[in-house]
Design a protein around this ligand. Structure first.
Ligand SMILES: O=C(CO)COP(=O)(O)O
Length: 246
């Protein structure tokens, strides 16, 4: 198993005071020789986190970006603004943006192109709803999301986050994850040939300190995208310690 990557998605959490404490606790507990670690605070805390993380091995990610480099887009943040702050990764197409903001596959793809062009590593999220899984349509849905959301020359990270597992405390079972990982790899190779072999796939959805070790030992799981548990230093650090470092 190769070096895994643990990404913490803080979502809309973090005032200055608690962000400072959280970054400090995480960076203080991470070992340079451990797995790759990326934390994704809200835009408002990126600058502070960047200065706190200087000289540490923890990388910084954002939770979204616009597809344009600059311009008349009130309220948006461009990829160049992120790299300017020392951000290296960007989460794109999270289900909370797809569902809450009507973000479409095509928009996610355009953002992934723009992010990569600016030197960011996109972490593109896909995942089925509970209804889609129950009706057995989940593989079709995931195949379409890959086709629609990933550019042909994609070389970033794909995060499989079943919507029904996000924030519910009900992670997918190791069998469900294992089976889905096999499908995702086949689909990536079918759609993108050689390039599809290189894309790293993360699992996300109710990953915590108790289930991390078994999820991270599933073949093809290159790491985890962690929401709620990434706000708790002890839980997040124990997920990090459960990940493979080499
Ligand atoms: O959405 C997620 C990470 O992007 C997962 O959130 P939870 O870990 O809180 O289920």
């Amino acid at each position: 198993m190769s070096r895994q990557i643990i990404v913490g998605n803080w979502k809309m959490n973090g005032t200055t005071r608690d962000s400072k404490a959280l970054v400090q606790a995480i960076s203080g507990g991470v070992k340079a020789e451990g797995p790759d670690v990326v934390i994704c605070p809200p835009f408002t805390q990126l600058s502070l986190a960047a200065s706190q993380l200087e000289g540490t091995s923890v990388r910084l990610g954002a939770q979204d970006c616009h597809k344009a480099a600059s311009g008349a887009y009130t309220g948006d943040i461009s990829p160049a603004m992120l790299t300017d702050l020392g951000v290296s990764h960007v989460i794109l197409g999270h289900s909370e943006r797809r569902q809450g903001h009507g973000e479409l596959d095509e928009t996610v793809r355009e953002k992934a192109v723009a992010a990569a062009k600016a030197g960011l590593t996109p972490v593109v999220c896909i995942g089925e709803t509970e209804d889609q899984r129950e009706s057995g349509d989940h593989f079709d849905v995931l195949g379409w999301q890959i086709k629609g959301s990933l550019p042909d020359d994609f070389s970033g990270i794909l995060a499989y986050e079943p919507i029904w597992a996000i924030g519910t405390g009900r992670a997918a079972t190791t069998e469900e994850i294992a089976e889905t990982m096999v499908f995702l790899r086949q689909e990536l190779v079918r759609q993108f040939a050689e390039n599809g072999k290189k894309v790293r796939i993360l699992y996300g959805g109710s990953v915590n300190n108790e289930n991390a070790a078994s999820i991270l030992s599933i073949p093809e799981v290159a790491g985890a995208l962690v929401g709620g548990a990434s706000l708790k230093p002890d839980a997040f650090l124990s997920i990090i310690h459960a990940a493979s470092a080499s």
